[in-house]
Design a binder for this molecule. Sequence first.
Ligand SMILES: CC(C)(COP(=O)(O)OP(=O)(O)OC[C@H]1O[C@@H](n2cnc3c(N)ncnc32)[C@H](O)[C@@H]1OP(=O)(O)O)[C@@H](O)C(=O)NCCC(=O)NCCS
Length: 151
Amino acid sequence: MEIRLAQPQDIGPWMALVEQVREQFPGLETDKAMEEHKATVLDFIRQASAICAAEAGQIVGALLFFRENSMLCFLAVDPSCRRQHIARKMFQFMLPFMEEERDITVTTYRKDDPNGVAARAFYKQLGFSEGRLTEEFGSPVQEFVLKRSSQ
Ligand SMILES: CC(C)(COP(=O)(O)OP(=O)(O)OC[C@H]1O[C@@H](n2cnc3c(N)ncnc32)[C@H](O)[C@@H]1OP(=O)(O)O)[C@@H](O)C(=O)NCCC(=O)NCCS
């Protein structure tokens, strides 16, 4: 398995992974939304802000991030490949692309959402702490913050 920046030719297998997990992500319900998401992924790929875990022509892990504001935007691992530290490796691969002293943020499922058990445990073990309660695509979410500033 290889962790690397995704390339435009990865878009087919990348979207095959998204298809597998789309029910867990608000905002990916319709075919139109999936088409828009595909265009968004291609934008991230062109900006070298899309990280993948690739194995035998398949994409088994996907991560999108914004460099400018140190934000993690999308993270998913193939259900058959979880708990193999793939997400952790993608996160570590991303870190050097972020500003060193800037806090990293992500929004994820709230505590009462069963979809969020893995994600919340994952972010917590990386050192993130719970932040503001907000909404995304009309769904209740919570911000998680990884403090990196020295103060
Ligand atoms: C969250 C997700 C990306 C984690 O991917 P993963 O590759 O399985 O995670 P890792 O193997 O790197 O996990 C690292 C650590 O996080 C914690 N963790 C991960 N999944 C967990 C779970 N289901 N329950 C409890 N702890 C968990 C553990 O401490 C784990 O280390 P360990 O296995 O040595 O105990 C994956 O479960 C997923 O794709 N979920 C659906 C989509 C999603 O929730 N995305 C995030 C949206 S913001």
